[in-house]
Design a binder for this molecule. Sequence first.
Ligand SMILES: [Zn+2]
Ligand SMILES: [Zn+2]
Length: 346
Amino acid sequence: MRAVRLVEVGKPLEEADVPIPEIGTSDVLIRVVAVGICHSDAHYRAGISKIDHLPLTLGHEVAGYVEQVGRDVTNVLPQDRVCVHYLVHCGTCEFCVRGLEQFCRSGQMIGKHRDGGYAEFIKVPARNAFTLPNEISFEVGAVMMCSSATALHALNKARLKPGESLAIFGFGGLGFSALQLARLFECRDVYVVDINPAKLRSAVRTGAIAIDAKAADPVEQIKGATVGRGVDVTLELVGSAKTMRQAVLCLCPLGRAALVGLTAESMSVHPYTELINKEVEIIGVSDHLAAELPALIEIARSGKLRFPPETLRIVDLDASQINATLQSLQDSIDYVRTVIRVTSDE
Ligand SMILES: [Zn+2]
Ligand SMILES: [Zn+2]
């Protein structure tokens, strides 16, 4: 089968002809229809996130048709439309049995620790395959399993409640999903902080109040807009110490800051005046849970989570097109998600 693989860190991905994976009794083989190109894939190629073994087929945002199922598989059948939960986990350790599989000690991320979906076929454990309703396109089914799933997990971790206000720092793929999903929590005003005018315009079109961080201190702007109160919940999706600190400082008493963006920097907080005194919480958010995915799929099926055509770009399973996309992700600032269309879904 055809695959596009990372052969050497720091180099362009290469096309390869590799064997179709052989499945075990509890696995499924999926004929990939659509696979998202994620910012993390650009990090793997650039060597910013470490890859253990090469060559590796990238791609953790996968949707397609079940081609073949192992003997013990009961949750899906051949020809089912499916999307993939990207964390392969043991299912038996102390975390897995509590439904917290993102901490599984033998957990593997698809497209990082094992071959991913930039290929005609992918093998995954059956419990990682979720039925994709006909109302959801393969492209959306692919990208929602990463950015939207993590956005939903962040809102769940932050315990956003009806009537509460929210500020989203960074309006990329995660922010675009988070803003739509936040509405389903019946929250009040949502502020979107960014520096990119196109992203801020898109946020306003999606119902948010834009805060241009280039114009003035976003904390002051949010305090001003809330008559000095601040917001109940913040999501930090940028991954910088500066915005993380801002996400804490614009909270009201009992506010919760959910930090999702990755950075190697350290952030500083004055414990008494900025944390203890206000009983605010700083919450780490990592990936998402399999248990959250049925709700997410239902939200997308009912049309409450949408990716309008102008927010998705389609490329082929072609190394040069994929490399160009990874390069633009490394450099660029637009909120468009790129999806590889591997096969037609006819
Ligand atoms: Zn991703
Ligand atoms: Zn486990």
